[in-house]
Design a protein around this ligand. Structure first.
Ligand code: SF4
Length: 177
């Protein structure tokens, strides 16, 4: 059975992604590495939700104990318009590294279920990280499962965030209102 290192961005996105991979005969191991989530209390809420879904789905969840938004700010600074692809790239880079360290055959991300994410960036950054680390990146467009993830997270009482993660995305909620 293929062992898959699955980057988990939050509980709701993991809820329907885990069964998708299992139905394909894949054994997922979760990784919560998201220094893009601000502020700290929001990070903790999403981490709790990810643990709850992992427990209910009986999936091991590796967590990043060294939450460090300073590293994230340093990584996304650069050319205008590249913030999201750098942010996704940072997280997929770490996931690829963990996949190799934990003897996984491939890696992927729950970001692929969200209609709000840049899927071109996910596919490109994943492929680049795969090449750097010599491990396969499994990209699937899981957007058709997004409604199911909302249903499951409501049913299971999992915290659902109102913005992507960083301070800029939090501000974008109110921009123009
Ligand atoms: S909007 Fe989301 S993907 Fe883009 S930089 Fe912020 S947290 Fe990362």
């Amino acid at each position: 059975m293929t062992r898959l290192m699955l980057h988990v961005c939050c509980g709701p996105c993991a809820s329907a992604t885990i069964p998708f991979w299992r139905q394909r005969g894949v054994d997922p191991v979760g990784l919560f590495f998201n220094p893009n989530i601000h502020p700290l209390l929001e990070y903790r809420r999403r981490l709790t939700g990810a643990h709850e879904v992992a427990d209910m789905s009986r999936v091991e969840l590796v967590t990043d104990e060294a939450y460090d938004p300073e590293v994230w700010f340093g990584s996304v600074a650069g050319e205008a318009g590249t913030r999201c692809s750098r942010c996704i790239g940072l997280r997929l880079e770490r996931t690829a590294r963990e996949a190799v360290a934990l003897d996984c055959d491939a890696f992927s991300t729950t970001l692929a279920i969200s209609p709000w994410q840049d899927h071109e960036a996910i596919a490109t950054e994943g492929a680049q990280a795969a090449e750097r680390h010599g491990v396969e990146f499994a990209y699937e467009d899981l957007r058709p499962l997004y409604r199911e993830s909302r249903r499951l997270s409501r049913e299971w009482g999992i915290y659902r965030q109102k913005y992507c993660g960083c301070l800029v995305s939090e501000w974008e909620r109110y921009r123009g209102s």
